[in-house]
Write a protein that binds this ligand. Structure first.
Ligand code: GTP
Ligand code: MG
Length: 236
């Protein structure tokens, strides 16, 4: 993960080429483990010193996928939002352009599960119509403290046409799968034509050409308009 302003791609970004760019956003109540999930996905280990996110943090990872029958490099640009109420207006602006929405609750917190409906309503209101929604029950390692059964989470997701997984940022169980399944659902939509081609990016066309794809990339990398208070840095 990189500590840098999101609207200023580093030299490494420029060198690392990719075929597709998907923007993901991670939302949910405070302390459900959003930052720990992202940290594990990017660094393959648990962050035992996670602190409340201030505004929004940012991370990215490149993965190899097959899209349109061809191997492609996919860049996931992942925005980890603060769950605390006071940042709600800041984080709301980061839904724009998101193709993947990871909505997290804590299987040991009934409150966090009860708030999923509220989060989903907000996410649907502010993110792209074509977005894929993945509902995630985190902290599945805390077996004796569990209060939300897996069947309850799965039922809610099914009724609301969302993907569903339980995971543990502590053990790492299903962390890769959360992101991979969301990405593959989006790729399926690209392949089937449900997602318009101008929403994805071919980075190899960028140099020196003012193509539509070029504009899409610039838009995707831009800081959201209302970014006051977001630190744009990753502390993972
Ligand atoms: N046992 C266990 N603890 C976890 C897990 N994931 C996160 N935690 C703990 O839960 C607490 C909150 O984790 P964070 O990732 O900071 O929570 P957050 O959702 O990012 O919170 P905000 O940034 O305030 O929105 C920390 O004390 C973590 O150590 C998990 O999978 N298992
Ligand atoms: Mg956080």
């Amino acid at each position: 993960m990189e500590g840098k302003q999101p609207d200023q791609p580093s030299t490494a970004d420029a060198i690392q080429q990719f075929d597709l760019l998907f923007k993901f956003i991670i939302i949910g109540d405070t302390s459900v483990g959003k930052s720990c999930i992202l940290h594990h996905y990017l660094r393959h280990k648990f962050n035992s010193n996670s602190r409340h996110t201030v505004g929004v943090e940012f991370g990215q990872r490149f993965i190899q996928v097959v899209c349109g029958g061809l191997p492609k490099t996919l860049k996931l640009q992942i925005w980890d939002t603060a769950g605390q109420e006071r940042y709600r207006s800041v984080t709301r602006s980061y839904f724009r352009g998101s193709l993947g929405v990871i909505l997290v609750y804590d299987v040991t917190s009934l409150d966090s599960f009860n708030h999923v409906q509220q989060w989903l309503t907000e996410a649907r209101q502010f993110s792209r119509q074509e977005a894929t929604f993945m509902i995630v029950g985190n902290k599945k390692d805390l077996v004796s403290q569990r209060v939300v059964e897996m069947t309850e989470g799965a039922k809610f997701a099914l009724e609301n046409e969302c993907l569903f997984m339980e995971c543990s940022a502590l053990s790492g169980e299903n962390i890769e799968e959360v992101f991979n399944k969301t990405a593959h659902s989006i790729i399926y939509k690209v392949d089937s034509g449900e997602i318009a081609e101008d929403l994805i990016v071919n980075a190899r066309n960028i140099a020196g050409k003012n193509t539509d794809s070029n504009k899409v990339l610039r838009d995707a990398m831009k800081n959201p308009e209302d970014s006051q208070g977001a630190n744009g840095m990753c502390q993972c």
